[in-house]
Design a protein around this ligand. Structure first.
Ligand code: ADP
Ligand code: MG
Length: 621
């Protein structure tokens, strides 16, 4: 039974346990919940501070942390102690940052022990998880303060292209902020939900979600059917957004005002003011034709909408190019898109709205606040998980195949790409050598037939298998993929109950480009892969055959004639020679067939003898 509580400030009845939805953004974060009375999602606005919490953490000299709008003020004045865009660092190694290492105004440390980056503030080190937790804590406190009830559970959104490691890091940040994270949801999925798309399981829709934030741009094409949100493709630019619009305005002012140009390099105060004015100008131009202001009463800041549009046209075009690519990857034409959804503060720029609507050939949806839409959708997902909307089941899919390495370095797929998650799948394996007591389980992700072309996620040994003849142990390998896309692998030897499991947390994961590259490679190399797979299978079959026949002859030689043994050894040697000479699969199979044809009558004969012996009360091994 659900507990209820009365909100003392409003007198309304509330569920004691509110599950909130959180949009943990690169630039801004928000928290939303479902209003207990009208059942509508609403972004929390604590004490009239607004719903948006800038994702900025400032460390004051006294060690205190400040999060949000107040912290943002320190970006220019105290950059070393003011951390922004921490989401870009989540689940990443220093190497992953590549050419963008200089993007950050604060100090990033390459910590080799974990592989993951750390941020240095004065003499302390912080993980991106810890810094994200500071933002989540602030959101949680605002929610508790506003709702006057404890908030312990949440749904948090992440970009669709976030990999395992980034999702896990987000989940860990939630935990550190004292939140039980019920689900990690894709941002475009949340945005679609906020527009009510996918709520009716009978509905089938193809949706484009265009998300232009402060520093990132994502386009996602989703196919929604039977409550399943399938990501058909994603594209974008992780270093393109509204900040570039601001910079374009600042550069315009510098170029057209000598007063600014002469002093801007040395004057921190002027830099800060220019940043603020540029953002203000941009926002004003979303609803008005002209912006006029000044800095300290002396420096004029003026810009008209058409000038602004000329400045940003190349940036907007770039996003449309990404849309084209995403559509090509999803193999869709614009007229096949049922709805276009606008997400992110920068979609308020009229030129952006028009360019996107024109590209898709239909007016984009922007009736919901683009800053809030992801958080609102997360709140709806939270409500579903709370069991308040029993008829809905939301599922995501896994982007790449998961499997294990089998004989000869082949990939044995266990959970195929695009499987609905959560899911569980398994397969039974056995040993190939008599008395084998350990079995190595190597877990891979990717579409190629050979594991060496895929990405290794984990490796572990199932130890303590009781010694048995080859082929006797039964090892169940199970893959359990939870709703966040985090994989658990367990191996159990069924006869003995020996068991081992690992949670797969790759040190750092794949970028969206890498995922795309892996899919691309698998398509381009499909033919070669099949040939390689057949060759390896032939060799493995041969090795298996050699082992079995040798063992058979050793054990049952007494029932064979001298001639039969001679001929068997000759055919065994022939097969070994073909393998040693690197023979192709046809040559290998010819040698296998010869050996098999010659030795198969033996099995029948031994069977007869063993039946006879069994009837006499004797056993053969
Ligand atoms: P993120 O998802 O990356 O955290 P947001 O979706 O919150 O980012 O978008 C923040 C960006 O939106 C900022 O660059 C901000 O200046 C811009 N923005 C907000 N309101 C407007 C507006 N009215 N017109 C143009 N840009 C806006
Ligand atoms: Mg966002």
């Amino acid at each position: 039974m659900a507990k209820v509580a009365i909100n003392l400030s409003t007198g309304s009845i509330q569920q004691e346990e509110v599950i909130v939805g959180i949009d943990l953004g690169t630039t801004n974060s928000l928290v939303a919940y479902i209003h207990p009375e009208d059942r509508k999602p609403i972004a929390i606005n604590d004490q009239g501070q607004g719903t948006i919490v800038p994702s900025v953490v400032h460390f004051a000299a006294n060690g205190e942390t400040i999060v949000g709008t107040l912290a943002k003020d320190y970006l220019t004045t105290d950059p070393a102690n003011t951390i922004y865009s921490v989401k870009r660092l989540l689940g990443k190694s220093y190497k992953d940052l590549g050419e963008h290492k200089n993007y950050f105004g604060y100090k990033i440390i390459d910590d080799n022990s974990e592989g993951l980056v750390k941020v240095r503030v004065q003499d302390r080190f912080y993980s991106p998880i810890k810094l994200s937790a500071e933002i989540l804590k602030e959101l949680r406190e605002r929610a508790e303060h506003s709702l006057k009830t404890p908030v312990n559970r949440a749904v948090i959104t992440v970009p669709a292209y976030f990999n395992d490691s980034q999702r896990q890091a987000t989940r860990d940040a939630g935990k550190l902020a004292g939140l039980e994270v019920l689900r990690i949801v894709n941002e475009p999925t949340a945005a679609a939900l906020a527009y009510g798309i996918g709520i009716d399981p009978a509905e089938e829709k193809t949706v484009a979600v265009y998300d232009l934030g402060g520093g990132t741009f994502d386009i996602s094409i989703l196919s929604i059917h039977q409550g399943i949100f399938e990501v058909l493709s994603t594209n974008g630019d992780t270093y393109l957004g509204g900040d570039d619009f601001d910079r374009a305005i600042i550069n315009h002012w510098i170029q057209n005002n000598e007063l600014i140009a002469d002093t801007v390099n040395e004057d921190k105060h002027l830099q800060q003011e220019l940043r603020l004015k540029a953002e203000e100008a941009k926002k004003t131009l979303s609803s008005q034709e002209v912006y006029t202001s000044n800095i300290d009463g002396t420096i004029d800041c003026h810009i008209e909408r058409h000038t602004f549009e000329t400045l940003i046209a190349p940036i907007v075009s770039k996003t449309i190019e990404s849309c084209k690519q995403a559509m090509a990857d999803a193999k869709l034409q614009p007229e096949q898109i049922d709805a276009v959804i606008m997400v992110g503060g920068s979609t308020r720029v009229p030129m952006v709205y028009e360019a996107v609507s024109e590209f898709f050939g239909k007016p984009a949806n922007n009736s919901l606040n683009p800053d809030e839409v992801v958080a609102l959708g997360a709140a709806i997902q939270a409500d579903i998980l709370a069991g308040n909307r029993k008829d809905i089941l939301l599922l995501d899919v896994t982007p790449l195949t998961l499997g294990i390495e089998t004989m000869g370095g082949l990939m044995d797929p266990i959970i195929p790409r695009n499987s609905k998650i959560p899911t569980k799948a398994g397969r039974q394996y056995t040993t190939s050598v008599d008395g084998q007591v350990n079995m190595k389980i190597s877990v891979y992700q990717g579409e190629r037939d050979l594991v060496k072309e895929n990405r290794k996620l984990a490796e572990f040994d199932l130890k303590g298998i009781p010694a048995m003849p080859a082929g006797f142990p039964k090892v169940d390998v199970n893959f359990i993929l939870n709703a966040d896309g985090i994989l658990k692998v367990e191996a159990i030897e069924v006869r003995s109950g020996v068991r081992q499991e690992v949670e797969v947390k790759p040190q750092y994961g794949l970028t969206d480009e890498q995922v795309e590259q892996m899919l691309m490679d698998s398509m381009l190399n499909a033919k070669e892969d099949v040939a390689a797979r057949m060759q390896i299978e032939a060799r493995s079959t041969a090795e298996q055959m050699l082992y079995q026949v040798e063992r058979f002859v050793d054990k049952n030689g007494e029932h064979l004639t001298e001639e039969e043994i001679q001929l068997t050894h000759k055919n065994l040697q022939n097969l070994r020679d073909v393998l040693a000479a690197g023979g192709d699969k046809d040559a290998i199979y010819t040698a296998i067939d010869t050996l098999e044809e010659q030795t198969s009558p033996f099995a029948e004969r031994i069977m007869q003898i063993s039946i006879k012996q069994a009837m006499q009360g004797k056993k053969i091994e």
